[in-house]
Design a protein around this ligand. Structure first.
Ligand SMILES: *[C@@H]1O[C@H](CO)[C@@H](O)[C@H](O)[C@H]1NC(C)=O
Ligand SMILES: *[C@@H]1O[C@H](CO)[C@@H](O)[C@H](O)[C@H]1NC(C)=O
Length: 132
C-alpha cells in the first residue's frame, strides 16, 4: 500500500491525524512523509523523489496543499527529493532517513519563502535555504 497523494489540510487537522496514527500504530509500521506548500498564493512546488533508488514519480504541490508519501518501514530507508520553485535553483534534500533520530514514523516538511522547515520535537526547525 505504497502511495503518494495530495491533501488539503489545516495545520490543526494535520496534527490530529498524526497523533491518531501514532496512537493506533499496529504491527505493520508505516512511514508517513508530508510536505506542505506554504510559499504563498499562486505558487507550485515541483517535486521529484526517489526511495532508495526506486522512482517515486513527479508531484506538484499547489499552495496550501500537502503531499503525502506512505510506505512500509524497512532498514536503510531513504527518501531523496528534488524540489523546484520559481525563482530558486533546484533543492536536493533527504526527506527521510531511517538512521536519523529526529524523524521516525512521521516526517513533516513545510516549504516557505524563507526556506524549508522540518517538524522536530514539537516545533518547526529551519533546515534548508533555497539555493540561488
Ligand atoms: C492558506 O492557508 C492559510 C492558513 O490556513 C489561510 O489563511 C489562507 O486563506 C489560505 N489561502 C488559500 C488561497 O487557500
Ligand atoms: C542517513 O543517516 C546516516 C546516519 O546519520 C548517515 O550516515 C547517512 O549518510 C544518511 N544518508 C543520507 C543519504 O543522508
Amino acid at each position: 500500500m505504497d502511495g503518494t497523494f495530495l491533501m488539503r489540510f489545516q495545520a490543526f487537522i494535520l496534527i490530529v491525524v498524526i497523533t491518531s496514527q501514532c496512537a493506533s500504530a499496529g504491527l505493520i509500521k508505516y512511514v508517513h512523509v508530508h510536505m506542505t506548500n506554504n510559499l504563498g498564493d499562486g505558487t507550485i512546488i515541483y517535486l521529484h523523489c526517489l526511495r532508495n533508488s526506486e522512482e517515486m514519480g513527479h508531484q506538484q504541490i499547489p499552495y496550501n496543499w500537502t503531499c503525502l508519501w506512505k510506505f512500509k518501514q524497512r532498514a536503510n530507508l531513504i527518501l531523496l527529493c528534488d524540489a523546484n520553485i520559481q525563482g530558486a535553483k533546484e533543492l536536493r534534500f533527504v526527506a527521510y532517513n531511517k538512521s536519523m533520530d529526529s524523524c521516525k514514523n512521521n516526517c513533516d516538511w513545510k516549504f516557505t519563502q524563507q526556506g524549508v522547515f522540518q517538524y522536530d520535537n514539537g516545533e518547526w526547525k529551519f533546515r534548508y535555504t533555497w539555493p540561488h
